[in-house]
Design a protein around this ligand. Structure first.
Ligand code: B12
Length: 595
């Protein structure tokens, strides 16, 4: 018998941890070799007909699929067509998208034989074992715990659920070889479950938290560290819920740092204390990356979504994390939550923005099957898109037009803030004009709209040009802004002489530039590796530009103190620090380099 275990990821760089667990659990505990189990990952961007043909040609006897919110619609197309070609081959779905309401999910899909609901490893094992026990009369489905299935006459039966696995260490490490994960994100779990009950989140469904032992986690991490993979993304729902567990892991990776691997954790900011800051302070810059869900700062909303957080403490801790300069901080907000209107959301946005995180993700509420919020839609007048990922259209507090405006703000936030390509110019514009971040992006949106550019395909050069035009809507020093834009432009590895920059390089720029690139003393202070490199080689890693202001002073004073003075800027691209600081630049006085 030949069984296919498959899924569609949302993009090639992602992988599906669940099916790797299912596969390795079966391979470890199976009692028989008669079933050949094949694992295959596709993406939703693959041509569905090619996937269909691949699966048909595989000549499988049964197909088991992992269904999530990002792939369910493509799966419906794929397997309803497959079922027309091969209607005798049973297809089973498992995963969060079908687990919450197995009966409806099964009833709505004529092509499905069954749904495996809940935690997957044991349930999948049960199904595979039932294949082995296949008797003449067919498969003994009634024995398979965690299965909802259709009888031969089409009635739906739901078997009792499979209890959660008590000892997580009994689940084998899913990454036996990293070959299939080349250039893809490695997801990893050190625990399961979440103690919080945030009403929009699926993790609220599962009660209790279980941990893999530290001994096991350390062994797994050794493997990742030895393989020098760029990033391990922990999918622990709240990584720092247990201080001993979290600190032991952080200390371990700090002590065994290979200089390359970065570890991403989703944490709760209010649970951080000095012990966490101590390990962060002694860590390599870029070793850790934290994702922190703020979601909203509106009190009534926080209570309604069951996140009664201490905002002061959360913000204090985030600021402290930013001040360490050691880690990449990613903050999340969600628009469309109960009791949050347009103005309160803009306020949440401004408060989060003022922390100046490396990434600020402005998300839009999705109504996920099985979440507590799903049963409160009428109360808040939610209108929800029928297609996955079931994003809301409006509710009692925010209308569709306001959400659309926020969508445009999100687009511009991605381009002008999260890309980090405009960090000097944007920050200066906000400080100097005294405009709040939300108003800045809303005004920028109106400007884009007037130029007919909001929904146009725009390249990076045009983004610079549009921002340069937009600056005239603000009361700021336009020459300084233009110089900062020039700095941002060259920091982003962009080259060429752009007409949008007001000042061409200074008259004696080439003379000074040549002096500097031959001055090994100065260059080796910038980067010790330059001491032994030829000028030609050095020129490949640096860019030199001239500016008319003291940029270091400006940045140091939070963009408040401006000194007009010609400067030579050396951008050093050699320096790279995982997502934290993609470049380093040095500033020289003209007299300094001429000497
Ligand atoms: C990685 C991830 C992503 C990746 C995608 C990964 C990929 N493969 O392509 C990215 C970042 C792109 C993503 C995006 C989104 N995601 Co997401 N994501 C996750 C995350 C963090 C990890 C998933 C994971 O691997 N977990 C570890 C595995 C082992 O646990 P598990 O998924 O629960 O699987 C277990 C069981 O469900 C079951 N199981 C799973 N598959 C199968 C299959 C079979 C056959 C069986 C028997 C059992 C089974 O067994 C597993 C082991 O016990 C989860 C949150 C989390 N921490 O789990 C959210 C989560 C899956 N995402 C979610 C959501 C809502 C989204 C977004 C809509 C959010 C948004 N910001 O807009 C978008 C989707 C956008 C779109 N295009 O539609 C929800 C999913 C709800 C659902 N019904 O699918 C989750 C659960 C978050 C939450 N807490 O609400 N996501």
């Amino acid at each position: 018998m030949k069984v296919l275990l498959t899924t569609l990821n949302s993009k090639f760089i992602h992988s599906n941890l669940a099916i790797h667990y299912l596969y390795s659990y079966w391979e470890r505990y199976k009692s028989d070799e008669t079933i050949k189990l094949e694992l295959k990952e596709y993406t939703i961007n693959h041509n569905l007909d090619q996937i269909l043909s691949d699966i048909v040609n595989g000549e499988y006897d049964a197909i088991v699929v992992s269904a999530y919110v990002w792939n369910i619609e493509a799966l419906d197309i794929l397997f309803s067509n497959f079922n027309q070609i091969n209607h005798n081959i049973p297809i089973y779905f498992g995963g969060p998208e079908v687990s919450a309401h197995p009966e409806t999910s099964l009833a709505n899909r004529s092509y499905l034989k069954g749904i495996l609901y809940g935690e997957g490893e044991r349930v999948f094992y049960n199904l595979m074992t039932s294949f082995l026990e296949k008797k003449e009369g067919g498969i003994l489905y009634d024995k398979v715990r965690g299965l909802a299935f259709k009888t031969d006459v089409g009635t739906i039966l739901i078997n009792s659920s499979e209890p959660l696995i008590k000892d997580l260490d009994s689940i084998p490490f899913p990454y036996q070889s990293l070959a299939p994960f080349k250039n893809r994100i490695i997801y990893y779990e050190s625990m399961r479950g979440c103690p919080f009950q945030c009403s929009y989140c699926l993790s609220a469904k599962e009660k209790g938290v279980r941990f893999f032992s530290l001994q096991r986690v350390k062994k797994d991490l050794d493997f990742f560290l030895a393989e020098k993979i760029p990033q391990v993304k922990f999918v622990d729902r709240t990584f720092n819920i247990n201080k001993n567990h979290a600190l032991a892991i952080m200390n371990y990776v700090c002590d065994h740092d290979n200089g390359i691997t970065n570890f991403h954790f989703e944490i709760t900011g209010t649970l951080l204390d000095e012990d966490y800051f101590n390990v962060i302070k002694r860590s390599r810059a870029g070793l850790f990356q934290f994702e922190i869900g703020i979601q909203t700062t509106h009190y009534e909303t926080l209570i309604a979504i069951n996140r009664p957080i201490d905002k002061e403490l959360l913000f204090k801790n985030i600021k402290k994390l930013m001040d360490t300069g050691k880690l990449h901080i990613h903050l999340d907000l969600i628009a469309g939550l109960p009791y949050e209107n347009f103005d309160t959301f803009l306020n949440s946005f401004d408060e989060a923005y003022n922390l100046l995180p490396h990434q600020l993700q402005l998300g839009f509420l999705k109504i996920i099957k099985g979440t507590p919020l799903e049963s409160h839609l009428v109360e808040h007048d939610y209108l929800v898109r029928k297609q996955s990922p079931y994003e809301i259209l409006s509710n009692r507090y925010i209308d569709y037009q306001s959400l659309s405006l926020l969508k445009d703000v999100e687009t511009l936030l991605e381009v002008y803030y999260n890309s980090q390509k405009f960090r000097h110019s944007i920050q200066y514009a906000m400080v100097a004009s005294g405009i709040k971040a939300s108003q800045f992006f809303l005004q920028l949106r109106t400007f884009y709209e007037k130029q007919n550019k909001m929904y146009a395909a725009i390249n990076i050069y045009e983004r610079f040009e549009l921002l340069n035009l937009f600056q005239y809507e603000l009361e700021i020093d336009h020459d300084l802004f233009n110089d900062l834009l020039k700095l941002d432009y060259y920091l982003d590895h962009l080259t060429g002489n752009r007409t949008i920059f007001h000042y061409a390089e200074q008259e004696n720029f080439n003379f000074n530039r040549n002096k500097l690139i031959k001055n090994k003393d100065v260059l080796s202070r910038v980067n010790s590796r330059f001491a032994n490199m030829s000028t030609k080689e050095i020129l490949k890693s640096i860019t030199l530009i001239s500016l008319r202001y003291d940029i270091i002073e400006l940045v140091k004073t939070g963009y408040n103190h401006v000194i007009l003075k010609d400067k030579l800027i050396l951008i050093n691209f050699e320096f790279s620090n995982y997502q934290l600081e993609p470049y380093q630049y040095h500033q020289f006085d003209y007299d300094e380099t001429i000497k």
